[in-house]
Design a protein around this ligand. Sequence first.
Ligand SMILES: [Cu+2]
Length: 198
Amino acid sequence: MKLKYAFFIVSTHLLSLIGCQKNETDDIETVASATLQIVTLNEDLSYEVNGTEIGIIRFTKKEDIVSIDLEVTHFPEGQLSYYHAIHIHNGTCESPLSHWNLGKDLDYNFCNVLSMDEVWAKPKAGDLGNIFINDAGVGDFSLQTDLYTIGSNDASDIVEKIIYIHEVAENFKQECFEGHNHEHNNKKIACGTIELIN
Ligand SMILES: [Cu+2]
């Protein structure tokens, strides 16, 4: 009888342990990522993704917040020791289209839209910011936002959008406050397609 009771205690304890673990996995964030590869411009103005990986960007969603972490480890020579703009674009790496703007047309401006209770301060929803790449070709960038979702299949979903890292930095704040029309020709360096992981 005693032994049976002990077994009961142990097994309920085990069950509650399993229960705990399950609760933790229920909490598990949705994750997406893109591997960034160097692109070259073709004569017909399409791009070729050349297979040289320079880094990875991860998107992790927990509750309503998406954390973005970009790690660059092998930026190409000749582009080092300065800042580079990072954008989310529509289209494909081979045929990139305009900046992704959360399903809104490009006239819609996100400068004063709130992200995490602070103004986004960048014209397009797909304007992530600038990453500093050091002289070893290494850099990282991170950002959190409640504007994006992962795998929701609606206008805020970043899955299947593309990430582009450009040659030079952009002054997003100035673009916001001077009625600036975003018509840069900022050379494209590396691209990746955002894919759902779980
Ligand atoms: Cu871009």
